[in-house]
Design a protein around this ligand. Structure first.
Ligand code: HEC
Length: 108
């Protein structure tokens, strides 16, 4: 094999990696997408249009037993008055966790 071929093969391999990397980044954004789909109607920008005392801000979540990912997923499974329940059929654990992750990171 001459050098040109080796270099172009290396470049090809690199670009394949870069494309896969991008696809995964996109996948990682689904927490936000799922939030917009399932939650944003009542929690626009992390607020709460039904019960303004229970927003998704860290201060409110800390007061209401939704401090971390695990507890937020618990809220989706067993919410309080006014919130839709999301069972594992509607939102598999993986998706529920992605949403919870997004909430923890986005709403301080
Ligand atoms: C129909 C409106 C509605 C939808 C849709 C909804 N919520 Fe809620 N949410 C509420 C209400 C009302 C409360 C306050 C009662 C309670 O604590 O469950 C609440 C409370 C919460 C809390 C606790 C916040 C606090 O400070 O007490 C979390 C966390 C939460 N929702 C997450 C979600 C997530 C995640 C989704 C989407 C998967 C979602 N909610 C969808 C209405 C909604």
């Amino acid at each position: 094999m001459n050098r040109k071929v080796v270099v172009s093969m290396a470049l090809l391999a690199l670009s394949v990696c870069a494309t896969t990397g991008l696809a995964e980044e996109k996948k990682g954004a689904t927490g936000e997408e799922l939030f917009k789909l399932h939650c944003a109607a009542c929690h626009p920008n992390g607020g709460n249009i039904i019960n303004p005392k229970e927003t998704l801000s860290k201060a409110d979540r800390d007061k209401h037993g939704a401090k971390n990912v695990k507890e937020i997923v618990g809220k989706m499974r067993k919410p309080g008055p006014g919130m839709t329940a999301f069972d594992a059929k509607t939102l598999p654990d993986k998706d529920a966790k992605a949403i919870a992750d997004y909430i923890v990171k986005s709403f301080k």
